[in-house]
Design a binder for this molecule. Structure first.
Ligand code: ZN
Length: 199
């Protein structure tokens, strides 16, 4: 797995996160670190502070936050980073990070998919054959998993109504796939209005 972290010194908190997390989760966390610079936290000796977020007030400590982002994603948010900066603490920490975002978990899962072993032991002549590249199931799984993680984060951001709509679309897609049916994706832009009576 390639990552562009070589330009960070090894003890840079960014490098530490890059080594711990999947590339996608790392991008999300790095963005939160950058956003933390825009937050102003008044100095205090308290272990918990209250911070204003898009969805109301959140209680923030050096490793936890009650904001929507952290509750749903279980990744460090801008508030925690802002708090740690105010306290002059090292920005890297692992507490509260969901295992599903870690490289270790991701690699274990891709290694243990049923056909991963098959993919590795099939003949070595594959590379000599001309024509389209044949991906093993484990390789396909890896690509799909990465996209699915993005979907999970994107669907969990924003308003509750948006989350419900997005979740509904994902559940419908899963249902169709289970029935081995194909689905089309349309861009819902412009004047189209969707009504969700069940939301
Ligand atoms: Zn937060």
């Amino acid at each position: 797995m390639k990552r562009n972290s070589s330009h960070y010194p090894r003890d840079d908190p960014k490098s530490k996160f890059a080594a711990l997390l999947t590339p996608y989760a790392y991008q999300v966390v790095r963005k939160q670190m950058e956003l933390a610079d825009k937050l102003k936290v008044s100095e205090t000796d308290d272990d918990t502070v209250s911070m204003k977020t898009a969805a109301g007030m959140a209680n923030v400590t050096s490793t936890s936050c009650t904001c929507q982002f952290t509750c749903i994603n279980q990744l460090p948010c801008r508030h925690i980073f802002a708090f740690r900066k105010m306290k002059k603490m090292y920005l890297f920490f692992e507490t509260g990070i969901s295992r599903r975002w870690t490289l270790e978990f991701y690699l274990n899962m891709t290694m243990s998919t049923p056909s991963a072993t098959l993919g590795n032991t099939t003949n070595n002549n594959v590379t000599l054959m001309k024509g389209p590249v044949v991906l093993s199931q484990a390789q396909k799984y890896r690509v799909v998993f990465r996209e699915a993680q993005k979907l999970a984060t994107l669907a969990s951001e924003g308003s509750t109504q948006k989350y419900k709509q997005r979740l509904h679309v994902l559940q419908k897609l899963v249902q169709l796939r289970e029935e081995d049916k194909e689905a089309m994706v349309y861009d819902m832009v412009g004047k189209i209005t969707i009504t969700h009576s069940q939301c």
